[in-house]
Design a protein around this ligand. Structure first.
Ligand code: HEM
Ligand SMILES: *[C@@H]1O[C@H](CO)[C@@H](O)[C@H](O)[C@H]1NC(C)=O
Length: 510
């Protein structure tokens, strides 16, 4: 009899629990529907392409060629259109300079519907933070990118690039064409760890390689999650195979960043190392972070510190990898510009065999080509905000606070009202005369306004040093059987890698 009582109690408990879950799900659904209605009503004045009743525009966005799909929508809908990922997350997708200025000249927070997907991985570092804490961290870290700090990095960029190029001599002899993306990625990670995290001379180890692979997986999974509404809820996502794969990759990434922090902390116990740091005129990024841990200014918790290391480790190498790889693709595709860049570099360097800080400002043609390559292949193709206050646009339309904005940098850079013949690769668009008349928000590879890229100068210097050395060593041409397929995975990647044919110019350092 006791057993029967227990079992009936358990049954009743089960019923109660299912009832509770049902009610909670129902309440959640109501709140989602109300939110949907609010977002949709706010965007009433902004028509968009037809939506699927369940997926919104996600089906089109998930296909390869989605970037150019948005460009065709941009032709159809001037300035902006609605963009729905499922039924509950709807953005105003913008691609016009005045529209971009209206939002990005202010410091509105990042859209948590998107950036919260980062939390498990890079935590609340500079990229995701908002409000006073963001401001504090930005102020704290800005000196880490001071011009005097960046100067000595030129030699480090060159060292990492030359190591990659030596490897390429071998590959170029053996293979007709090969994928450069992965090698560029390892090089960029190596250089970042040496500059920003003070890693010594030894090359990348197994753990670094694992980290590199984990990041490719994390960016792929995050983009997929963003485009699949059924994955938006944390609870559901962590139960799916993709969600579990995401957690495993996060773990690999954290093991790597934890080790970087641990090694530096250990080094600080060492007297000789301490002397070395005191003798440095400018502190590196990790010095600044650790200094703030026990200084008397702002206090960084261990969690804050890890978040910043995770943020910079990712943002500092994946973006430049994309930038350098697509730039070399452009050079291969447009041999005339490749030749002009190479001539300029040879002229500047003469018979000196290394690049100096002062040379960078003389590389005017190369710089124009880098910018033109950023225009057509922006390493960060899309960024998102949530309005903290209403905004009024030039054409009289407006949006209330709480609205979600997606700035489509890729489509902005192909806006034919600003860029005549947008598909044509023409570096002269960036000659001082031509650039001076242009809208300041027409070209935003590093975003703009208060939340722009803190690593912009670092990135431009790295781009110049690395691409100059690449052009001195090899001639690049396309492999017509394996043209890259553009695909956004937070950064701009190619679905099938970037395969180029390399011909050694016999100027190797060995
Ligand atoms: C070609 C290279 C790069 C490109 C195209 C690029 C682009 C961008 C863009 C578009 C943003 C705005 C993101 C958003 O609104 O969500 C951004 C932010 C940021 N970038 Fe970069 N970036 C590059 C290189 C770097 C490097 C080398 C570092 C660090 C060493 C870096 C660190 C950051 C950080 C920390 C933020 C967040 C800044 C804040 O919100 O205060 N980036 N970057
Ligand atoms: C400005 O751009 C046009 C078209 O690309 C080009 O023909 C012209 O030479 C450029 N002007 C300068 C001064 O570079």
């Amino acid at each position: 009899a006791a057993l029967a009582m227990v079992s009936s109690f358990v049954t009743r408990l089960g019923l109660w629990a299912s009832g509770l879950i049902l009610i909670l799900s129902f309440l959640k659904l109501i709140s989602l529907l109300l939110r949907r209605q609010r977002l949709a009503r706010a965007m009433d004045n902004f028509p968009g392409p037809p939506t699927h009743w369940l997926f919104g525009h996600a089906l089109e966005i998930q296909q390869t060629g989605s970037l150019d799909k948005v460009v065709s929508w941009a032709h159809q809908f001037p300035y902006a259109h609605q963009l729905w990922l499922g039924q509950f997350v709807g953005f105003l997708n913008i691609y016009e300079p005045e529209y971009a200025k209206a939002v990005y000249s202010r410091g509105d927070p990042k859209a948590s519907d998107v950036y919260d997907f980062f939390l498990q991985w890079i935590g609340k570092g500079l990229l995701v933070l908002e409000g006073p804490k963001w401001f504090q961290h930005r102020k704290l870290l800005t000196p880490g990118f001071h011009y005097d700090v960046l100067k000595p990095y030129v030699a480090v960029f060159a060292e990492s690039a030359n190591a990659m190029l030596d490897k390429w001599e071998e590959k170029a002899r053996k293979e007709k064409s090969f994928d450069i993306f992965c090698d560029v990625g390892h090089m960029a990670l190596d250089t970042l760890m040496k500059c920003t995290f003070g890693k010594g001379d030894k090359g990348l180890g197994q753990r670094d390689s694992n980290y590199y692979l984990a990041v490719s997986d994390l960016t792929l999974l995050m983009q997929q999650r963003l485009e699949s509404f059924q994955y938006h809820n944390d609870f559901i996502y962590w139960l799916t195979p993709h969600g579990r794969r995401f957690l495993r990759a996060c773990q690999v990434a954290h093991e790597h960043t934890d080790q970087v922090i641990r090694e530096r902390k250990a080094a600080l116990q060492d007297e000789k190392e301490q002397k070395k740091i005191q003798n440095r005129r400018h502190l590196d990024f990790l010095d600044i972070l650790l200094g703030a841990q026990d200084g008397d200014g702002i206090k960084l918790s261990d969690t804050d510190l890890r978040a910043e290391v995770d943020t910079f480790m990712f943002e500092g190498h994946d973006t430049t990898t994309s930038g350098i790889s697509w730039f070399l693709y452009c050079m291969a595709k447009y041999p005339e510009h490749q030749r002009l860049c190479r001539e300029e570099i040879r002229e500047i360097l003469g018979d000196q065999n290394s690049i100096q800080w002062d040379d960078l400002s003389k590389m005017t043609y190369l710089t124009m080509c880098i910018k033109e390559s950023f225009r057509l292949y922006p390493p960060v193709p899309q960024v998102y905000r949530q309005l903290s206050k209403p905004v009024a646009f030039v054409d009289g339309r407006s949006l209330p606070a709480g609205s979600l904005i997606s700035l489509h940098i890729y489509a902005l850079h192909r806006n034919s009202a600003v860029w005549p013949d947008p598909e044509v690769f023409d570096p002269l668009r960036f000659s001082p005369e031509n650039a001076s008349g242009r809208h300041p928000y027409a070209f935003m590879p590093f975003s703009a306004g208060p939340r722009n890229c803190i690593g912009q100068q670092f990135a431009m210097n790295e781009m110049k040093v690395v691409t100059a050395l690449c052009l001195l060593r090899f001639e690049y041409s396309l492999d017509p059987s394996r043209l890259p397929i553009k695909i956004p995975q937070l950064i701009l990647r190619s679905k099938n890698g970037i395969h180029l044919h390399l011909k050694s110019l016999g100027t190797g350092s060995k």
